[in-house]
Design a protein around this ligand. Sequence first.
Ligand SMILES: [Zn+2]
Length: 305
Amino acid sequence: MPELPEVETVRRGLAQACLGVTCLGGEVLDRRGLASPQSEAAFLHGLRGQTFVDWQRRGKYLLGRLAMMASTSRTGEGHEPGGWLGVHLRMTGQLLWLEANAPLQKHTRVRLFFEGQRELRFVDQRTFGKLWWVSPDQTPEGVISGLQHLGPEPLSPQFSASYLQERLRDRKRPIKSALLDQALVAGLGNIYTDEALFLSGLHPATPGSELTFSQLQRLQSAIVQVLETSLREGGTTFSDFRNLSGVNGNYGGVAWVYRRGGQPCRVCNTVILRLKLAGRSSHFCPYCQPLTSHLNPEAKNNFAI
Ligand SMILES: [Zn+2]
């Protein structure tokens, strides 16, 4: 699933390619790609004649702000707000910016046609990805329920060791599961949580409430480090992620543990293990990321001896 660096890579591509261009109409090939409005006609009517004036990202959501420009607006003066296009790529969704009428990819769900013979295409093999058109008299949070309970952005000052300590104080659940919870922090998924836990030397099953302040400081800075590294590489090579031009990222070449189960740790040569936590795979090095003595009675006894 695309995580923050992948979604941000797509946002940057959209902000370069898909601003100031007016939507001439579109075609919905598969309604499963639409979250709201569910009517194809209402969705396309909302976008027709609108121009993208900004592309934002919140967690794993993309939000394109729309406006009706002066030449096409009803009053002919200035420009009127045109609402938003919301996008969540989920597992396999891709946005592609192409020449109009480029050969159709398999699993193309929605096509939006733009002036200048260009086309924004939503392709999604697994059909979990969604598009929303939010009308100008509503807010994105009012229509896209997933935006309502998002935690802070991990690259923002609000995401600090103190914040983590406060939010994890009473949480017995494994730190890996806590980090995947979008209400704790927005935009992380399996890849970057595995990588950040490795860099901070924390076992993924450690209960969040047992982490010390200095461990939380290490974790917070490791999260920032892995996200910034991947952003520089244009997102991950894993999963079906493609940028706006259909090109894969480069991050996989530098992964420490993610999907490296059975291979030697890059630091100590111990074999990387895979562990299921709340239905999700975690990859970790048992030497570099030991269980704490509290969690492991055997280790505790050894320590006592
Ligand atoms: Zn190791």
